[in-house]
Design a protein around this ligand. Structure first.
Ligand code: ATP
Length: 235
């Protein structure tokens, strides 16, 4: 479904991604783990068209999307939940969700999808008239995921959804990600510093160090890998 082939990305003279190759099949949950500054967010931004690669190629459903405008990429079915959530603080929960559907005009289906996300996260239904900025961190993360779902993505990109949240909330959010994947066949590309958690929800993982993919394997094998254990699992 998604293929990055030898992607190289630069910020000025600084090379953030070095020869990155990643493949994701439809319906998979895969994770990209790595330390601070490894290049994980840049990888997602390359897919979304926000930081286009200087060289290499990106394909979505076999169609080249390298260098395509971000709004066109969203319209193909790729949606990102950015690091730090970036919800609209002065808009209500319902208005934030409407913003997620701004490229759609099938009103009846949009309404259905709003009910679906309210079923996934009942707290958002309770808070539907509350300003996004007044929600707790966990609720804002739920809203950011829900807003992305309102675009009906085929591929959902998540950048550190666990960041700054209490373990119990993180567990709840990750369970719901599995549910979204199972119920809608939504493919999920999850970027996480919390490797332990990410490798439990994903079937496969990639490890990134200094802009390079250094290892890829099933999550089971990565969880048992001595280097991964030492570097990312604190064992
Ligand atoms: P974190 O987990 O801390 O978010 P990350 O793995 O997502 O880290 P990136 O944010 O992709 O890493 O950063 C990769 C490298 O690119 C880092 O060295 C970072 O300093 C650099 N970088 C990121 N954004 C910019 C920018 N806008 N301008 C210049 N350098 C940048």
């Amino acid at each position: 479904m998604l293929k990055l082939k030898n992607v190289q990305t630069f910020y000025g003279n600084i090379q953030a991604l070095k020869d990155v190759t990643i493949e994701i099949s439809e319906g998979e949950i895969i994770t990209l783990i790595g330390a601070n500054g490894a290049g994980k967010s840049t990888t997602l931004m390359a897919v979304c068209g926000i930081v286009p690669p200087r060289s290499g190629e990106i394909f979505f459903m076999d169609e080249p999307i390298t260098g395509m405008e971000p709004d066109k990429i969203v319209s193909l079915g790729i949606c990102q939940v950015p690091e730090g959530r970036r919800i609209f603080p002065y808009l209500s929960v319902a208005e934030n969700l409407d913003m997620g559907a701004f490229l759609r005009n099938d009103r009846a289906e949009i309404k259905k999808d709003m009910e679906y996300v309210f079923d996934l996260f009942p707290i958002l239904a309770e808070r539907r008239h509350q300003a996004g900025g007044t929600l707790s961190g966990g609720e804002q993360q739920m809203l950011a995921i829900s807003r992305a779902l309102m675009a009906r993505p085929r591929l959902l990109l998540l950048d550190e959804p666990s960041l700054g949240l209490a373990p119990l909330i993180v567990k709840q959010i990750f369970e719901i990600l599995s549910k979204i994947n199972a119920e809608n066949n939504t493919t999920i590309f999850l970027v996480e510093q919390n490797a332990n958690l990410a490798l439990k929800v994903a079937a496969r993982g990639y490890v990134m160090e200094n802009g390079r993919i250094t290892l890829t394997n099933s999550s089971k094998n990565l969880l048992a890998d001595e280097e991964v254990k030492k570097a990312y699992l604190g064992l």
